[in-house]
Design a protein around this ligand. Structure first.
Ligand code: IMP
Length: 444
């Protein structure tokens, strides 16, 4: 018990969150990156927010893999990533300004789809129209980064724009002008439903902007699937960095309150052509719950207890700065996510935030319609109606941020680790804070 399973000591690994995002995946990827040659983002877009603390510096990355912060790694954005060119270039520029010139170490797939201004506008206007027409009940509360509309266009195909379209300037202009004409008609309808004035997008200005971005993007564009195949064939060590987390997965999450892409890690196969069965799968779990945006959250703590967790855990969105909803750890949801993703081992974060609480509560089952249930219902309304059944654990008084060895954790903190292990899988690493050195292996 406690030592890292052999599956996680292989040459290829996947990191995936097992809650609603913000479990601390960035920290684990940053630490593991030192043992890998290639880091791959394969899903989602700039709606993700991965934060990494190095020394006194904090880095918030939305599109680039956290591996860029490790010298010598090659970082790929695969086919399945939705690339907002403005965000991508701004992250490259910001890193350069902070001493990381990553131009030679980042490559983006020519097959990746672009997220453009009309997607961001559509995202926002759909939200406003949902509120106006359907009220709060129909409101999803997206990050506003244009991800849903970009995924919908990818499926529609007729108005989608991919990185591969950037190569031919004249063809790009013709295409984008047509797309903007189409989108202006759609956006005007949404604005009308939302009761807002609408200023149509200027097709020429949009084309000029994208053309300028295309020039800067060109050196980064590659056939990332081929790069990945070559890396695997050469026996290089590859780490897949999941974004958003399993409970936000379009197919396996708390639908419809999910993101619009596959966030369970299973997307690695479709997006990158690498078998998940060949990867060691790390699940990241935070010792309490948090969620941004709308959707069921059975263990949510309204009021002062939730507010206290938010402040102690600095639970404000990396992407939107929205205050996160906070609550107790829900092992029913974590167990479902761990099974979905087939995790080999767990990295448990956030223990330090619980220090000082007299009693800790962990949900291990629900009561629904008078019956005990051990798995989350598929229907979001039923999940909302679930009453958590808690196990109570004694809290621990002393701060644990300074702890560097598992055996130095207070007994009460270790009991939380045991409970997670019993329900979701072997806990192999523990984090007591956001810095690199605050993560340690569980060796006993
Ligand atoms: P969208 O992905 O912007 O469409 O947002 C859909 C839902 O997923 C919203 O509730 C977001 O707050 C949530 N969401 C999407 N990505 C993340 C993430 O990386 N962390 C936390 N919540 C996220």
């Amino acid at each position: 018990m406690g030592t890292t399973p052999s599956a996680l000591r292989g040459r290829r690994a996947l990191v995936v969150g097992l809650q609603f995002g913000d479990e601390g995946k960035g920290q684990l990827v940053d630490v593991l990156a030192g043992d890998h040659d290639v880091i791959v983002r394969f899903n989602g877009g700039a709606n993700a927010g991965h934060s990494v603390r190095i020394g006194d510096e904090r880095f918030a990355l939305h599109l680039l893999p956290c591996g860029v912060l490790t010298e010598g790694t090659l970082n790929l954005l695969g086919n399945g990533v939705l690339v907002d060119p403005g965000v991508f270039l701004a992250e490259i520029d910001e890193l350069r300004a902070r001493g990381f010139d990553v131009s030679d170490r980042v490559r983006v797939s020519e097959r990746a789809h672009l997220v453009l201004e009309h997607h961001r506008q559509e995202d926002r206007l759909r939200g406003a129209a949902q509120r106006a027409l359907l009220g709060e009940a129909g409101f999803l509360g997206t990050t506003g980064r244009g991800i849903g509309p970009a995924v919908a266009d990818k499926a529609h195909r007729d108005v989608a724009v991919r990185i591969a379209d950037l190569g031919d300037r004249r063809r790009l202009r013709r295409k984008l002008e047509a797309v903007v004409r189409w989108k202006n008609a759609e956006l005007a309808t949404l604005a009308r439903l939302a009761g807002e004035a609408f200023e149509p997008l200027d097709a020429r200005a949009r084309c000029d902007e994208l053309e300028a971005q295309a020039v800067r993007l060109k050196p980064f564009v590659a056939d990332t699937a081929a790069l990945l195949r070559d890396a695997v064939a050469a026996g290089r060590r590859v780490l897949f960095e999941g974004a958003h987390s399993a409970l936000l997965d379009l197919d396996h999450g708390t639908y419809p309150y999910v993101t619009s892409s596959s966030a369970s890690g299973l997307a690695v196969e479709a997006a990158c052509g690498v078998r998940v069965a060949d990867l060691g799968v790390w699940g990241v779990v935070k010792a309490y719950g948090s969620r941004v945006g709308a959707g069921p959250f059975p263990t949510e703590l309204d009021g002062p207890e939730g507010d206290a967790l938010r402040v102690r855990g600095n639970e404000y969105g990396t992407t939107t700065r929205r205050p996160r909803r906070c609550g107790w750890l829900d092992l029913v949801l974590v167990r479902h996510a761990a099974r979905t993703c087939g995790v080999d081992g767990i990295c448990l974060t956030g223990l330090g935030v619980l220090a000082g609480l007299e009693t800790l509560r962990v949900c291990t089952a629900y009561r629904l319609d008078g019956r005990r249930v051990d798995a989350p219902p598929a229907d979001a309304v039923a999940l909302e109606a679930c009453e958590p059944i808690y196990e109570e654990l004694q809290g621990f008084e002393e701060p644990v941020d300074g702890v560097r060895r598992y055996e130095d954790l207070p007994e009460a903190a270790r009991r939380t680790v045991d409970l997670v292990e019993r329900h979701a899988g072997p806990v192999c690493r523990v984090c007591v804070g956001p810095a690199r050195e605050q993560m340690f292996e569980r060796l006993s």
